[in-house]
Design a binder for this molecule. Sequence first.
Ligand code: FES
Length: 277
Amino acid sequence: SVGSIANEIVRKETVAPGFTLMEIRAPDIAEKIQAGQFMILRVDEAGERIPMSVADWDRERGTVTLVFQELGLSTKKLGLMEPGQRLANLAGPLGKAAEVGHFGTVAIVSGCFGTGPGYALAKALKGAGNRVIYIAEAFRGEFHFWLDRLAEVADRLIVASGDMTVGSARWAKDPLRDLLESEEIGRVYLIGCTFMMATCSRASEPFGVETRASLMPIMIDGTGMCGACRVNVAGETKLACVEGPEFAGRDVDWSELMERARGYLKEEERALDLWEI
Ligand code: FES
C-alpha cells in the first residue's frame, strides 16, 4: 500500500485544463467502494463538504482516485492541495452502487467530470460481461481526458466535443440517438452535467430503453439527514444521497433539477469572488 496517513494525497496530476486527478490514501473506502458510489470530503475543518464520485480505486494500494473540475471555491481549494498533505475529512462510500448486471450491449454517456466515474462504470459493466459502447462528451475538445483508458475498456468509443475539435459529433445526444436507431441497446447510463443528462435522457426516451442517470444535486451531509439533495423522481421526493444517486432518467424532473443547478452556479461564483478579494 501507498502512504501511511489516512486521507493523504499521494498523487496529483492535471489531466486537462482545469481538471485535476488526485489519488488519495483511503484503504477503508477503497476496500468497499463500487461503481456509482460517491464520497464527501472536506479540505479543511471549516471548509464546505464536497461530494465527489470516485473515478478509480486500488484495493491493494488502499487508494481512491478522483478527477474533478476546478470550478467553485471548494474545488479550487482542493486543487491547491499537494501530495503529502491530507484532507481534513473523507467519508464514504456513500449512496447506492450503480445497477450492474448483464444487459447485452450497454451505452455509457459521460460528460466533463463524469468521465471519471464513467470509466469506473465502464470497467464494472465490462466485467459483468457486457459489450460497452462509450460516448464521451466535453464542452471543448481540450477538456477530454482518459480517452486512452476509455478506448481500452470499451468495445467502441465515440467522442463528442462542443467545439467540434475532437471527435465526430458536437453533443452526445446525437450519436446516442444514432446508436439507439441502429442497434439493440440493453441499457443506457448517463453521468455528467445535468444538462447533458437531461438531453440524452430525452433522446433515449422514445426508444424505451432503460436509461439510468447518476444525479449529483447539492449535497451536504450525504446521509439523508439534511434534505439538501432532494430530487423529484416520478412525482415523489427522493434523497439522492441515500436513495440514489442513480435513478431512471424518464422519471426525473429535469427542468426542476436544471433550475436548481443554475442557482447553485451563482452561489459558487459569489463564494469564489469573496475568496479572491
Ligand atoms: Fe443531506 Fe442527502 S445530502 S439528505
